[in-house]
Design a protein around this ligand. Structure first.
Ligand SMILES: [Cu+2]
Length: 202
């Protein structure tokens, strides 16, 4: 019995010790496998949740062209999805402002825009015809349900530009107004995407 224990201890002590570098390599491999699994899981979630919407929006855009939209799904998918509203700087191509006119408000209600930069305004309506008009600029845009109306403008100086609706669109028409606040390009660039579409956060 004693002899057996001795041999057992001996065999344990004589086993080659694992190199520390082997351990590090193994833990690296485990980490890679874990990150790989997380990536695969995220891709699966995107494919099952987001892909059907992306495909449907893509097919819609192909069939209808870039200036037709479905008023029923404006905030939910496609170009006028909630997260796409407001101002976004296009690399090397000025700024795009996207807005939805809806009885009786504009979404977003107040948007920041930079001065001295061409602004491409893309607007549509969720229900009836509205006409946002930007004070001091003489710009009036007819927002029509089902279509995207595009116009271009540029602000020479900072300031607050009221944007009421100039088309009688129903009993709440007189309360329907929005505002654009023009700030310097530097100030605009320092703002978060959230602050650009919510003037109260500025
Ligand atoms: Cu109106």
């Amino acid at each position: 019995m004693g002899d057996l224990m001795f041999r057992d201890t001996l065999s344990q002590t004589t086993q080659p010790a694992r190199e520390p570098s082997d351990e590090t390599a193994n833990s690296k491999i485990r980490k890679r496998i874990r990150s790989g699994l997380v990536a695969v899981m995220l891709i699966c979630v995107w494919v099952s949740v987001r892909l059907p919407y992306e495909v449907e929006s893509g097919i819609e855009a192909l069939l209808n062209g870039p200036n037709r939209v479905d008023p029923q799904t404006l905030h939910l998918r496609g170009e006028f999805v909630e997260s796409n509203l407001g101002t976004v700087e296009e690399p090397g191509d000025g700024v795009t402002l996207r807005m939805i006119a809806d009885q009786y408000l504009f979404v977003p209600q107040c948007v920041l825009v930079p001065t001295g930069v061409p602004i491409r305004v893309r607007i549509t309506s969720a229900d009836v015809v509205h006409k946002p008009s930007i004070k001091e600029t003489g710009v009036e845009i007819k927002a029509v349900p089902g279509y995207v109306v595009e116009t271009h403008l540029q602000f020479a100086r900072p300031g607050e530009y009221e944007m009421p609706c100039h088309e009688f669109c129903g009993p709440g028409h007189y309360t329907m107004r929005s505002k654009l606040i023009a700030v310097s390009l530097q100030e605009f660039r320092n703002l978060s995407q959230e602050a650009r579409t919510n003037c109260a956060l500025r």
